[in-house]
Design a protein around this ligand. Structure first.
Ligand code: 4AD
Length: 457
C-alpha cells in the first residue's frame, strides 16, 4: 500500500501543498457541526498527525473511521497547521480495520501493570512506542560500536552441553519427559536427543573465549537464559546479552572498553531519540535527560570491593543484610554506593574469589579475583566483567575447588594449553541498560514478551 510515514510528513515542510497518502490507527477523534478531526498515529513517531475533515467535502463520514483504535488510510493535502506544524486536509478516508468499543486502550492513561496483562495491545501506547524505538536504536548502536572497532560478531550456541558455566541455573533441553522406565539420570540422558544432559545457555562467554583467542576481538549479542526463581523488577528468564571478549586485554583495559561503549550507545540514543527521551523525562524520570547527558561526559567511578565494604560499614545505615568482607553485595548496598555516595556509574573491582566464578583471574593476594561489576543508580548491576584466568594450573585448581568435572571443560582448558594469552570480557544485560536509559523501573516493560517465574505468554 503506497503511503508516506507520518514521521516524514511531520518533519518535512516540503510536503506542504502536496497530495499524500498516510495510514495509521486513530488515537482520538472529534466531531463537530461542520468539521471533524482525527489524530492519527502510524507508530513511526510519538507525534500524531492531525487529519482535518471538512464535512462539506464529504457526502458522509463512515462513523467506523472515527472510532478509537481503528485503522484507516487517508488521502489528502498536507498543509501548514495553525501552530506551524503539518496537518492533512482529507479528500478520502478508507477504513482498513474496524475497532469495536471493547478496545482496551481507552483515553485514560493505564498503569504499566495493567498493560502487562495485554502484551499484544500495549505496543500501541506511546510508552511502548518510545521503549521499542530506543531499544532498536540502542541495539544498532551496540553493533556499530563494535563493528567500527573491528570486533568480529560471533553467534554462540544457545543449546549447551556444559553442565555449569558458572553464571546461573540452566533450563533443561530435552525431547523426552520424565519416565520411570529409566533406572537413573544417566540412563535417561543417554536416551535423550543429544545423548547427554543439555540446557539453554546462560552466557556465550566460554565460546566467546574460543573465538577471541583466535580472532582477537569478538562480541556476541543474543539471548541468554536463566532459570533462577528471582521474581524481581530486574530479572527475566530470557534476556538479551551483549558479550565482548578481548584477547591481550587486562582488567583495566576491559573497564575502559565497557565505559567507552556505554557512553557511545547512550550518546547515540540521545542523538537519535530526542522525542523519546523527552517523553521518558516527562513521564518516568524527572531529570533523565540531564542524567544521560552527564553520563556521556563524566568519568565513571572505580572502587575496590574492599573499600566498598569499608564505606558501607561506616555509612551508619541499618542495612537489612549485614555487611562483612566476603559477602555478596545486595541491592540495598549497591544502591547506597551508586546513588548516595557517587550518584553515577561505579565499577566495583577485585571481589573475593569465593563469591565469583571459577574462570576469573586470581589476584596475587590469593583472596580476590580480577573481576568487576558495573553498578548504575536506579538499576544496580548492569555489567558483570572479568579478566579470565589464563594460567592452566591455576584454572584447574579453581575448578577442582568447586568440584567441577574437568573433562567437561577440556576444550576450555585447551585454550590455556595452546598459546594462552591474557584476555578479558564482560556481559551487559541489554534490558538493564534500557531500564537505565528510559527510567522504566520494571524489566518486564522493556521487553516485548517478558518470561518470568510462573509467567509465559
Ligand atoms: O554477571 P553475569 O551473570 O555475567 C555473565 O554471564 C558473564 N559470563 C558475562 C561475561 O563476562 N561475558 O551476567 C551479565 C549481565 C548482568 O550484569 C546483568 O546485567 C545481566 O547480564 N543479567 C540479567 N538480566 C536480566 N535478567 C536476568 N535474569 C539476568 N541475569 C544477568
Amino acid at each position: 500500500m503506497k503511503h508516506i510515514d507520518i514521521k516524514n510528513i511531520i518533519s518535512d515542510h516540503n510536503y506542504h501543498g502536496k497530495e499524500v497518502t498516510v495510514c495509521g490507527w486513530v488515537r482520538t477523534a472529534r466531531d463537530s457541526k461542520n468539521m471533524a478531526f482525527i489524530e492519527l498515529n502510524d507508530g513511526t513517531t510519538l507525534k500524531h498527525l492531525q487529519i482535518v475533515i471538512n464535512k462539506s467535502d464529504f457526502s458522509g463520514i463512515d462513523p467506523e473511521t472515527m472510532k478509537l483504535g481503528c485503522s484507516i488510510k487517508v488521502r489528502g493535502t498536507a498543509v501548514e497547521s495553525r501552530q506551524g506544524g503539518t496537518e492533512i486536509e482529507a479528500a478520502e478516508i478508507t477504513l482498513l480495520g474496524k475497532c469495536p468499543a471493547d478496545y482496551p486502550l481507552q483515553k485514560k492513561r493505564h498503569t504499566l501493570e495493567y498493560l502487562r496483562t495485554m502484551p499484544h495491545i500495549r505496543t500501541r501506547t506511546n510508552t511502548f512506542n518510545a521503549v521499542f524505538r530506543v531499544r532498536s536504536v540502542m541495539a544498532d548502536a551496540i553493533h556499530r560500536y563494535f563493528q567500527e572497532r573491528d570486533y568480529v560478531y560471533i553467534h554462540t550456541p544457545l543449546i549447551t552441553g556444559s553442565d555449569c558455566e558458572g553464571a546461573g541455573e540452566m533450563f533443561k533441553v530435552t525431547t523426552i519427559g520424565y519416565s520411570d522406565k529409566y533406572k537413573n539420570a544417566d540412563e535417561y540422558y543417554a536416551d535423550d536427543f543429544f545423548e547427554k544432559k543439555a540446557g539453554l545457555s546462560v552466557s556465550g562467554q566460554l565460546e566467546g573465549e574460543v573465538a577471541a583467542t583466535a580472532f582477537g576481538k569478538i562480541y556476541t549479542f543474543g539471548p541468554s537464559f536463566r532459570a533462577e526463581k528471582s521474581n524481581t523488577p530486574r530479572h527475566v528468564a530470557e534476556f538479551w546479552h551483549v558479550e565482548p571478549e578481548v584477547a591481550f586485554a587486562e582488567l583495566e583495559d576491559i573497564i575502559e572498553i565497557a565505559e567507552e561503549m556505554i557512553k557511545y550507545i547512550v550518546a547515540e540514543v540521545i542523538r537519535k531519540c530526542p522525542d523519546e527521551i523527552a517523553f521518558f523525562n516527562q513521564h518516568f524520570e524527572k531529570g533523565l535527560s540531564e542524567k544521560l547527558e552527564k553520563l556521556t561526559k563524566q568519568d565513571f567511578a572505580v572502587l575496590e570491593y574492599t573499600k566498598a565494604i569499608e564505606i558501607l560499614k561506616e555509612s551508619g545505615k541499618d542495612f537489612q543484610y549485614p555487611v562483612e568482607w566476603g559477602c555478596d553485595l545486595q541491592t540495598e548496598h549497591e544502591r547506597y554506593i551508586t546513588e548516595e555516595v557517587y550518584n553515577k556509574p561505579v565499577f566495583i573491582t577485585n571481589y573475593p574469589k569465593d563469591i565469583k566464578s571459577f574462570y576469573m583471574k586470581q589476584n596475587p593476594d590469593g583472596k580476590t579475583v580480577a573481576a568487576t561489576d558495573l553498578l548504575v543508580p536506579g538499576v544496580g548491576e548492569i555489567i558483570g566483567c572479568s579478566e579470565r584466568e589464563a594460567d592452566y594450573d591455576k584454572l584447574v585448581d579453581a575448578m577442582k575447588q568447586r568440584n567441577m568435572n574437568l573433562e567437561d571443560y577440556s576444550d576450555y582448558l585447551d585454550l590455556r594449553k595452546y598459546g594462552s594469552v591474557p584476555h578479558s570480557g564482560f556481559g551487559l544485560g541489554f534490558e538493564r541498560i534500557l531500564m537505565y536509559v528510559t527510567g522504566i523501573q520494571n524489566i518486564r516493560d522493556v521487553i516485548l514478551y517478558p518470561r518470568t517465574v510462573g509467567s509465559i505468554r
